[in-house]
Design a protein around this ligand. Structure first.
Ligand code: ADP
Ligand code: MG
Length: 337
């Protein structure tokens, strides 16, 4: 794991991905690597520890004592503007799309747009020779496949299944379309109004020609994820529900030929020290609860570790301060070793 260049930190929401991505970045930078970390929605205290003063999608240099660390936050809205600018075949096309009233709606409604933006930014860093190490925190995808399928979905989107997004997932309109364009257009006009459809039509025409760029991007992302320079780190917590998530995640990675490098079981409750005999009843119940939590978590951690096709790291719930460079760095080193 130490010798990889790109670290992708994935897993369900709330398990510690952003915290651990930052920790990994700090530890790598302190080892002397020029490191960049892309974070997604860092908790306020973590953002402060990293020196972010507000929302910041620009790269910002962070003082971690010795190493060189850069950090940035994922900005979905503006990021799309940049992507559109990149793939537009002319400045006029770019301006037309960006100014189109449907564009913003599209960015907000298109499923997987966060995932797409993360993957897109990742490629940018991978292509930048200034960085020795790249750590990418990922949006909390309950369905992990979304992360890897985002570029393909975007390519599909550009490739005419564009109407799906404004259907808001409703199957009705899709059926109308299948029933025949003429009938469908009539029905849609009734539902959305002629003006909207004309507007949609002009928007689709504006997007014309951008598809090739997206398709190429999709292939590049998959190639990058499968490269032996990439380490996929899955973060989870030991519990029954998360064990199922993990199993699904593993299957999906296998299907996509993306190797899993490390499973991190985070926030394990340590075994409480032996309780004194004269503990008050309330405190005793709390102690018993903590002990049973520890036992349950240990059983799930053992099961999840047994099923993992890779090395596992167990990290304990930190009850003291966590959001400072020293503590984060310690977590990062535990992950790497
Ligand atoms: N080992 C740990 N000990 C204590 N708190 C933790 C630990 N790891 C993460 N946390 C806390 O859990 C919460 C969720 O972490 P976060 O990194 O934002 O998760 P995610 O990015 O997966 O949604 C945060 O409040 C964070 O401080
Ligand atoms: Mg997060």
């Amino acid at each position: 794991m130490k010798h990889k260049r790109l670290y992708l930190v994935g897993g369900p929401g709330g398990v510690g991905k952003t915290t651990l991505a930052a920790s990994l970045g700090i530890a790598l930078a302190q080892q002397g690597h020029r490191t960049v970390v892309l974070t997604v929605d860092p908790a306020k205290r973590l953002a402060q520890a990293l020196g972010f003063t507000g929302f910041d999608s620009e790269l910002q240099k962070i003082d971690v004592g010795g190493g060189e660390l850069w950090a940035t936050m994922l900005d979905t809205d503006h990021y799309f503007d940049r992507v559109i600018s990149k793939f537009a075949t002319s400045p006029e096309q770019r301006d037309r799309v960006l100014a189109h009233p449907l564009y913003k709606t599209m960015v907000e409604n298109l499923g997987g747009s966060h995932e797409y933006a993360a993957m897109e930014r990742l490629l940018e860093f991978v292509k930048d020779p200034r960085y020795d190490k790249i750590v990418v925190d990922t949006p909390p995808s309950d369905n992990a496949a979304e992360l890897f399928e985002a570029p393909q979905r975007m390519a599909d989107f550009m490739d005419n299944s564009v109407l799906k997004w404004f259907q808001g997932g409703g199957k009705l309109y899709l059926q109308l379309f299948k029933a025949g364009t003429k009938v469908a257009m009539g029905a849609l006009k009734l539902i959305f109004g002629a003006e909207f459809l004309d507007s949609l039509g002009s928007f689709l025409a504006d997007l014309e020609g951008m598809q090739a760029g997206f398709q190429k991007r999709n292939l590049e992302v998959l190639e990058t994820l499968r490269s032996d320079q990439t380490s996929f780190v899955m973060v989870s917590v030991p519990s029954e529900a998360r064990a199922e998530d993990c199993a699904r995640f593993r299957e999906m990675l296998k299907e996509k030929n993306i190797p899993l490098d490390r499973l991190v079981l985070n926030r394990l409750e340590p075994l409480p020290p032996e309780a004194p005999m004269d503990l008050p009843a309330g405190a005793k119940r709390l102690w018993e609860y903590q002990k049973s939590l520890h036992t349950q978590q240990k059983a799930w951690a053992d099961a999840m570790e047994g099923a993992a096709p890779c090395e596992t790291r167990r990290l304990y719930e930190k009850h003291g301060p966590l959001h400072d460079v020293a503590n984060l760095s310690e977590l990062g080193r535990l992950l790497l070793n």
